[in-house]
Design a protein around this ligand. Structure first.
Ligand SMILES: [Zn+2]
Ligand SMILES: [Zn+2]
Length: 280
């Protein structure tokens, strides 16, 4: 028998998702690995927290992704699992920062591999609205209905998220009804993957990165998934030579053995502006 093209050729991988993320992974995993990605059925990923905040997130993104992946594998009875976790923060003023984390688990080989990305989301965060017109303006500006929205209404300290509105007319009517009942109303982008094309694109490119990585073997033990694991800080200042917090090198490593490689970045010295000695 010939050796399979990769460790995952012909294997089934379960993506723990309720929001169609398996479709974002499918082609990359098929092309790079010959593996088939399907969604777990009967899975409730909302229990790990929601973007709209009805269910708070208590685990770190990595823990949440790991727990989801394991649950999906359990439900599907597979040894290979994928899960992703996204966070949106507004540290760039009106722009949102989207951190995405994709985890791959191989129970047979004992591997847990993580890929991550940081992108600036083109979709702004939510805002309070006082009229149905404001809801429609916000929705159209962010690309509704391709990009989904959520109406979050609060009355007497009780907050309810109104999701899955797909028509402008229904959005206006819902907003009007809630405002008439004296709810305080916030409109938010729906960041779930099937309702947020820009987030789906970020997850798709992470899936491509992950598939390529799983096609890469450790040069020492031949385990799949050799790739970027860390960065080394301490690029020396160009003026005084002090180690700065700038990245000096990338570290690639194996998920199973201790083998790693160090690749220096193109710059040999850091700008003195980032040096604690020259620019305290
Ligand atoms: Zn310096
Ligand atoms: Zn290795």
């Amino acid at each position: 028998m010939t050796r399979p093209r990769t460790a995952y050729t012909g294997r089934a991988i379960t993506f723990a998702t309720m929001h169609g993320k398996e479709l974002l992974a499918h082609d990359a995993f098929q092309n790079a690995l010959g593996a088939t990605v399907t969604a777990a059925t009967g899975l409730d990923t909302d229990q790990f927290g929601t973007f709209a905040g009805e269910i708070p997130r208590t685990l770190s993104p990595r823990e949440a992704a790991r727990t989801k992946a394991q649950l999906g594998m359990q439900l599907a009875g597979t040894a290979l699992g994928l899960a992703s976790e996204g966070t949106f923060t507004s540290e760039f003023g009106p722009l949102m920062k989207n951190i995405e984390l994709l985890i791959f688990i191989d129970d047979t080989l004992g591997l847990e591999i993580v890929e991550g990305s940081i992108t600036i989301s083109p979709v702004p965060g939510g805002r309070h609205i006082a009229s149905p017109h404001e809801a429609l303006t916000f929705a159209l500006a962010i690309g509704f209905p391709g990009q989904g929205v959520i109406l979050q209404s609060t009355r007497n300290d009780r907050t309810t998220a109104h999701k899955n509105i797909t028509q402008l007319e229904v959005l206006g009517d819902t907003a009007e009804a809630l405002l008439r009942q004296r709810h305080s109303l916030v409109i938010l982008p729906d960041y779930r993957a099937h309702k947020a094309p820009s987030r789906a694109a970020a997850i798709r490119s992470l899936c491509e990165k992950m598939a390529q990585r799983l096609a890469t073997e450790c040069p020492r033990c031949r385990a799949p998934g050799f790739g970027h694991t860390n960065v080394e800080l301490g690029l020396p200042c160009s003026l005084c030579g002090t180690a700065t917090r700038a990245i000096a090198a990338d570290i690639n490593g194996c998920g199973r053995c201790a083998h790693h490689t160090r690749t220096p970045r193109n710059h040999t010295h850091a700008d003195p502006g980032g040096c604690d000695h020259c620019n305290p």
